[in-house]
Ligand binder design. Structure first.
Ligand SMILES: Nc1ncnc2c1ncn2[C@@H]1O[C@H](COP(=O)(O)OP(=O)(O)OP(=O)(O)O)[C@@H](O)[C@H]1O
Length: 345
């Protein structure tokens, strides 16, 4: 279900209207050479694809792990494009029974790239079927029930599985072990996002100055998807205001959309102020935090936390999340004096 538009869709990777999806599709790089950043992963992937091509076989299965919007779907598409094979896309939540997976696997053509997004959310029974499929390109189809049940082996066409997950820790070891290569995607540096934005601005025909691109990049939570969306919001802002996309237009647009100088959005700030004020800096457990801000624990863990940890505003401890010195400072608070500020920062 697509949540209602609340003016914050620009920085919430969970919200995707049709226009946003079409926009993303148009901006996706088609080859590894066009893919910005993630230098190490690109090199590793290139080697894997080249070796498979030299031996005329399907590339090993690939697991892509990392927060939303860093390019997992894009990389899956690139694997298909670079190998010249068709791509089949599905997602963990769509595979609720082993039969759902059997239907997909049995219809793959030789060499096809199968992309399973959110692979950690697949049904357990399907996971077990996938082990055999990944290893031996074979599945066992169960026919009948109870004492009369028999399993019929079915050979599959060789395929490359590309799995994507925001929570690789949730994948069972037997599944994780069957991937020949796991790529951990990292948040992007500002300079890399500037390159992503240059490319997007050229493709969208947006005229924008270098310093404006840099400002957008530095406030994009290290995430290309967010950078591209902010660019679109800035373009809209400049269009409606009848100005160029100058630095001051960028700042005004980002202020309008509640994106602060570090790129924190409304949910990031809600999490931070809850830790700082309601729990006096923590430690606070994930589920308590999720209830307090009215958001799913999974969203907090996969979307909000990785970035707050990366920029050093919180740290994760066995007892829960705690605000760091920098976290207190960013909100103009100090631990001892925090209690004086009440709940409405
Ligand atoms: N390295 C990159 N260079 C240029 N553009 C990128 C790069 N990575 C991602 N993008 C752009 O960011 C957008 C989001 O990327 P993508 O959908 O691949 O992310 P994702 O990791 O699959 O996210 P999710 O897990 O939420 O599906 C796309 O429009 C894509 O063009």
């Amino acid at each position: 279900m697509t949540p209602a538009f609340d003016g914050n869709e620009v920085v919430n990777p969970e919200v995707e209207g049709d226009a946003e999806v079409a926009f993303e599709g148009a901006l996706r790089p088609k080859s590894l050479a066009e893919f910005v950043g993630q230098r190490k992963v690109r090199g590793q992937l290139q080697l894997l694809l080249d070796a498979a091509a030299m031996q005329d076989r399907t590339p090993d299965h690939i697991l892509l792990a990392g927060p939303p919007g860093l390019g997992k779907t894009t990389l899956a598409m690139i694997v298909a494009h670079e190998t010249g094979r068709p791509l089949r896309m599905t997602s963990g939540p769509a595979i609720q029974h082993a039969g759902d997976l059997a239907a997909v696997l049995s219809s793959l053509v030789p060499g096809e790239v199968l992309f399973i997004d959110e692979i950690h959310r697949m049904a357990r029974s399907a996971e077990e079927m996938l082990y055999l499929a990944m290893e031996d390109f074979r599945i066992d189809i169960m026919v009948g029930k109870g004492a009369g049940a028999t399993s019929i082996p079915l050979d599959l066409a060789p395929f490359t599985l590309v799995g994507a997950t925001t929570r690789s820790g949730l994948l069972p070891n037997p599944l994780r072990d069957r991937f020949g290569f796991t790529a951990h995607l990292e948040f992007y540096e500002t300079e890399e996002l500037v390159r992503v934005l240059h490319r997007a601005a050229a493709l969208l025909g947006v005229e924008i100055e270098e310093e404006s691109l840099r400002e957008i990049a530095s406030r994009s939570r290290g995430t290309p998807r967010i950078a591209n969306r902010l660019l679109r919001r800035v373009r809209d802002f400049a269009l409606v205001a009848g100005t160029d996309a100058t630095l001051s237009a960028v700042r005004a647009a980002l202020e309008l959309y509640d994106v602060d100088e570090l790129g924190l959005d409304r949910l990031d700030r809600a999490v931070m102020t809850t830790i700082l004020q309601r729990f006096d800096g923590g430690p606070v457990g994930l589920s308590t935090l999720a209830v307090s801000v009215g958001e799913e624990a999974e969203t907090i863990e996969a979307v909000v936390e990785p970035f707050l940890v990366r920029i050093g505003l919180i740290s994760r401890t066995p007892r829960g999340r705690i605000a760091t010195k920098a976290g207190w400072a960013h909100f103009g608070l100090e631990r001892d004096s925090a209690a004086l500020f009440g709940d409405d920062l």
